[in-house]
Design a protein around this ligand. Sequence first.
Ligand code: GAL
Length: 681
Amino acid sequence: MTTTAAPSTARTGPARATFTHPGVAFGCDWNPEQWDRSVWREDVRLMRDAGVDLVAVNVFGWSQVEPRPGEYDFRDLDEVMDLLAEHGVRANLGTGTASTPPWLTTRHPEVLPVAEDGTTRWPGGRQAWCPSSPVFRERSLALVEQVARRYGDHPALALWHVSNELGCHNALCYCDTSAAAFRRWLRDRYGDVGALNAAWGTTFWSQRYGTFDEVLPPRATLSTRNPGQVLDFQRFSSDELLGQLRAETAVLRAHSAAPVTTNFMVTDHIRDLDYFAWAPHVDVVANDHYLDHRLADPTTELAFSADLTRGVAGGAPWLLMEHSTGAVNWQPVNLVKGPGEMLRNSLTHVARGADGVCFFQWRASTQGSEKFHSALVPHAGTASRQWREVLELGATLDRLDEVAGSRVQADVAVLFGWESWWAVDGENVPSTAVRYREQVLAAYAALRAQGVTVDVVSPSAPLDGYRVVVVPALYLVRDEEAAAVARFVEAGGTALVTFWSGIADERDAVRLGGYPGAFRDLLGVRVEEVAPVLPGDVLTLDTGQRARLWSERSEAVGADVLARFADGPAAGDPAITRRAAGLGSAWYVATALEAPDLADLAGRVLADAGVATDPALAAAGVERVVRAAADGRRWTFLVNHSTTDVALPARGYELVTDTAVAGELVVPGGAVRVLREEPVR
Ligand code: GAL
């Protein structure tokens, strides 16, 4: 049946809903529209076999469900939703707005995004829409309204999936519509143009604006651009897409009581959206994560991203909305997963707070640009290692159901801010070899090497309850955020701050009087000059430790100097310091220590704070993370990344193998074990 858009009959729904699921969810994207109907029944039957119980549909459905403007055809989607309900598989229903149908951009080419050099990004791929386009907003919300009204009470509906990876490709649009929206955003933020001029420091290079109408997005220029303008454009772009999420969500909530989410991309290579600001607008945080084999250590990045997703979720359980059973299709060389690796990666996310493990996608496509992306059902079919591992994962997740709802326990926090990411990786900085995420990951890896669990949280997160707070390269920091770190230390906490922190305020204006500006008094160090070195150069400290990238000409003002630069442009000056402050202590490292030395320093800082470490377990390749339920039950996840069996003293019940443990638990090489601890009597 083809229906025409009916007028809105919005009802007043509850403001917020909670996502509940029986146990740990196991799911995937399902794109039945790519397949003949005869395959659909086999698909749902296989889903049941594997224990798949949460399936994302209609994610890229727009051109199917609205083949012509205002004409909706839900016949296929009706059948798909009914089929899911019949088989007890829950739907994670896409609003379908992720990618525009050709009719929309043909009729309204002004919807297309424009790159910073003024060139249009054409349809033919996906997500070719400008986040500020009023036409896109109107047409997409009309679709959401139809979908919400039709399926808002459907028995299969478990969760709304707004759009898909908002901003994956189109976060930054420089078209005239975006320019006008940027000006509106700036007017709201600054009120008058004088305040904007002050915030951006426009007396520099004759950039002073007479009116808001003269302001443009930071389009391609001959020289480098105004950093304040670039930073605000990043903020604006994140807010603009958040506006799309909020608008779709409002329509959904008006017609349906089901919870709403969208898939975030807390990962290394996407940096445009400030998810700390987004999280309050979804009912459950969901994240997509793919191992990035372009990185030196993809597994550490996986653990970090999972911990950051939990931080974004405010510590609450979250959903892994997508990862892959094997190779992806978008890296230069797409590596397969080794035996057991998919299960290990999946359970690493669960260990770090995920209450669901989902994949892209159910069945490998035969056409389209993702046809060589792995799936739960590969091209080879179910007579395959991949499918057997999918069955094993499904069975394992079933046995872990009892951990759902519990929370990860951590004594250590790492502060992470998207604004610092945007600013540190900007133009005209002391060294382009200093990349924000790399510096944060280096600190994280050092803590991981000590076997401690880390919460990765916003610079404005509450710090009470932690024993150690690590502040890596937090270049852009607000006064109140720096003050919170100082209060944390005064009250008995231990902070470790790394170089290029505290430098600028929220306008990206440098704090005067010596670096590291906002943390100078707390750390008792005054830096006169930063002195980066060439990426290949090695710096030596008088303790024998080695470092790279960075040194500082500084003096200790109240801090104890634990190591000095022995060579390089800052020879003789402090490299590692510690200052006792109030009941706690504040450590500073003024260079990028090599990994083993940074791990060693992390060990000393943790010992200083009385945090228990287990570097031997970490060195054996085993990650250990504890989740605890409100009723006191605790589960210890042990993920063995090595090829060697590791034995640990343990007592309780092991969920993966379904066996009691009385004295010793062996975690075989490459395997994961989840121990329900015996309650302390
Ligand atoms: C995600 C996206 C999916 C699919 C997947 C491939 O970015 O949400 O639709 O493209 O990547 O890895």
